[in-house]
Design a protein around this ligand. Structure first.
Ligand code: PMP
Length: 397
């Protein structure tokens, strides 16, 4: 049969980028595509121990159903991490999620009717656009510069967008650009959300992966009106496979997100929550993160040095103070998707994510996202050098 899908499926379809990235997964290709942490840095022995102990929890508790909002102890531990990071809260303010990704889906489903407008950075996280799509939003986009979303432009956008419901932002080491929202703009963004009575969805999976400079306050910590939904995640600071994320938000928002979560998946895996909680009991997460920061800082440096040495001089890349990505801007007219398909993959044997899919409205083809966390420094040098040769040859064939 030819199934007749609901209207909300209109925007839910595979992206062209998926096929290209699948090609990049071939072992002979050096891929800077995925947003993967470095598997060599996973605390495997410690995780093995906590999973082994979790499964033996008296009464089989870790193998049983658990409260849908999350294990109370884990909620408290997350609240303690948030509080230590300058965003005071208690376990009651925390909803455990199946990764931060679930928070994107639940927030949109809770707040956005078809045609309502989600305001995003331009470019923004592709996975958020995928999560939002089933809520059938329209988008209004705000350009970025080295200080993140340009809040003077945000003011203009909001003035002409009466159906705006929510501002979505990745303020720390944004995916895909690596750029961080400045302090002044954090204040400006909150002031604008207050003036226009909007929800702010603050997505912070990279927040603790900072290489230099002082941490900036979360938007949630600047929120005096209960309008920020803060999303956090253990994916980048521990392991993605745990699928542990969380939301911190005002009670009315959190309760409704919790109802949608029950509908979606009943609860996050009890075994994974128990293991995560034991890990946080036994180990100082932030000292593990200090090791990640040092390793990823070296990889960032390796990538920026290699790009400067090997790429044509007019290609601009961001210099992120943290996170996993840098963002390249090629000359106008350069098509990073076509170049990946025709040259980078078949000839240079290198993959990246072409930038076009990160733009909600008008894709700009002359960008690409490069991940520096997943590969070794040697691979970074080899891959960037090969890509540089291909870029030079492409210009001066
Ligand atoms: N938000 C952003 C900006 C991300 O980059 C990612 C992961 N790539 C997520 C959310 C989802 O993370 P999680 O694994 O916690 O679902």
């Amino acid at each position: 049969m030819t199934p007749e899908f609901a209207q909300r499926m209109a925007g839910v379809r595979p992206s062209a980028i998926g096929e290209l990235l699948a090609l990049g997964a071939e072992p002979s290709i050096i891929s800077f595509g995925g947003g993967y942490p470095d598997a060599a840095l996973f605390p495997t022995d410690r995780l093995e121990a906590v999973f082994r102990d979790a499964i033996r929890t008296p009464g089989g508790a870790a193998l049983q159903y658990a409260p849908s909002d999350g294990l109370p102890r884990l909620r408290m531990q997350i609240a303690a991490l948030m509080t230590a990071d300058g965003t005071p809260c208690t376990g009651d303010d925390v909803l455990i999620l199946q990764g931060a990704q679930q928070g994107l889906d639940l927030a949109a489903r809770m707040l956005v009717d078809p045609g309502d407008v989600i305001v995003t950075e331009d470019p923004t996280f592709l996975g958020a656009l995928i999560a939002f799509e089933a809520s059938q939003p329209a988008y209004a986009v705000v350009p970025m510069d080295a200080e993140g979303m340009q809040t003077d432009r945000l003011a203009e956008v909001l003035a002409r967008t009466p159906r705006a419901r929510m501002i979505y932002t990745v303020p720390d080491f944004q995916n895909p650009t690596g750029v961080t929202l400045s302090l002044a703009r954090r204040h400006a963004l909150i002031a604008l959300a207050n003036r226009h009575d909007l929800i702010v969805l603050e997505d912070t999976p990279y927040r603790h992966i900072r290489f230099s400079g002082a941490p900036l306050p979360t938007l949630k910590s600047l929120d005096t009106e209960g309008r920020v939904i803060h999303l956090g995640s253990l994916s980048k600071v521990l392991v993605p496979a745990l699928r542990i994320g969380w939301a911190v938000a005002a009670p009315a928002l959190l309760a409704r997100m919790g109802l949608l979560k029950v509908a979606a998946d009943t609860q996050t895996s009890t075994l994974n929550m128990t293991a995560a909680s034991l890990f946080l009991d036994r180990h100082d997460l932030m000292s593990h993160v200090a090791g990640l920061r040092a390793a990823y800082a070296r990889k960032r440096d390796a990538m920026l040095v290699a790009i400067r040495r090997h790429f044509p001089q007019d290609i601009h890349v961001t210099e992120p103070e943290g996170g996993l990505f840098t963002w390249a801007t090629f000359a106008p007219g350069f098509d990073a998707t076509a170049f990946m398909r025709d040259v980078a993959l078949p000839q240079a044997r290198v993959a990246y994510v072409p930038g076009a899919s990160f733009f909600p409205q008008s894709p700009r083809p002359n960008h690409a996202r490069f991940n520096f966390s997943a590969r070794s420094e040697a691979d970074i040098h080899t891959g960037i050098a090969a890509l540089g040769r291909a870029l030079h040859a492409h210009r001066f064939p």
